[in-house]
Design a protein around this ligand. Structure first.
Ligand code: NAD
Length: 283
């Protein structure tokens, strides 16, 4: 299938992908990262065989698959570098959390062998030292082929994900961004904002409220410990969908505020009941 795989961005996701692939395929893995310490750690942990901070070295490694696993706003310039050092036969895919326009931008540079992908698996942790071999087992991976995507490249990428235990689903790149803008990007925005609100309340009251975290607060804000650069890039790259989702959330919060402020007991109960019932529908 693939014998020489290059991972660009040897962090949590790139590292987890490399470990997963190594467990099912006999292949050489080359890592590229701007951080030399990440490469050293990746070699020590046997996540990659070799690595370099210079992406141009891929021309001598001659990969048959390249996987982009850096923050999404780096993809365009990385694709331009790859264009200069890859053979036209190399399949390129990515693990990025945003698709939409980005898929078409990268495809325009790299051509029909680019297959957009987003594994629906992860944690708030970052860095190669937190890589997990079984991260993708039983989890969904969304692939976002376009009219131009070469069927053979798509089939190979799909097979690789299935081999490492993931369930593959195809989705239009723009639909992907609407869906994950709502179910993933909005909750992250809310978690970051909740911590920010607690900081404001701490200043206003003079009480260090972070000394009293309840279980609910910890559950709800776990994802606010995620990498700021990665999330800055996701928010900016999926800007329109996130703005719409934030507006929707703000109006729900305003309605809740109104019901509490005006002591509208029946409607408040109904609001909470409906929210509870819908939450219980999720497995
Ligand atoms: P990470 O911070 O753990 O790793 C990113 C790595 O990329 C770092 O080692 C960093 O040094 C390197 N890097 C940054 N810019 C680079 C560049 N220009 N060239 C080469 N290397 C560069 O982040 P992560 O959690 O592994 O996320 C990587 C990608 O996976 C992102 O696109 C993110 O949207 C996507 N993703 C993450 C999760 C998650 O839960 N963490 C889930 C799904 C998808």
């Amino acid at each position: 299938m693939f014998e020489r795989i290059a991972i660009v961005g040897v962090g949590f996701m790139g590292g987890s992908f490399a470990l997963s692939v190594k467990s099912v395929l006999s292949c050489q893995i080359f890592g590229v990262d701007i951080n030399p310490q990440a490469l050293e750690r990746a070699k020590d942990l046997k996540v990659i065989h070799e690595g370099s901070t210079n992406i141009k070295e891929l021309s001598s490694f001659r990969p048959d698959l390249v996987v982009l696993a850096t923050p999404v706003r780096t993809f365009e310039s990385i694709a331009k570098d790859l264009k200069e050092c890859l053979s036209s036969e190399t399949v390129v895919t990515d693990l990025g959390s945003v698709k939409g326009h980005l898929v078409y931008t990268v495809e325009k540079i790299l051509g029909s062998k680019f297959v957009g992908g987003h594994p629906i698996a992860g944690t708030e942790k970052s860095g190669v030292e937190n890589s997990v071999e079984g991260l993708f087992k039983g989890k969904r991976t969304i692939l976002t082929p376009t009219q131009r995507t070469e069927r053979d490249a798509l089939e190979k990428v799909k097979k690789l994900w299935e081999l490492i235990g993931s369930k593959v689903e195809f989705m239009d790149p723009f639909l992907h961004d609407v869906v994950f803008g709502a179910v993933s990007h909005l909750p992250h925005a809310v978690a970051f904002a909740l911590i920010d609100a607690l900081l404001l309340l701490t200043k206003r009251t003079g009480i260090d409220l972070f000394q009293y975290p309840g279980a609910g607060f910890k559950d709800f804000t776990r994802i606010a410990a995620s990498d700021p650069i990665m999330w800055r890039d996701i928010f900016l790259e999926n800007r329109e969908n996130i703005l719409e989702a934030i507006d929707c959330y703000s109006s729900s919060l305003r309605r809740l505020r109104e019901l509490i402020s005006e002591k509208r007991v029946e409607e408040l109960t109904q609001y909470l009941k409906e929210a509870r019932e819908n939450r219980l529908r999720i497995e």
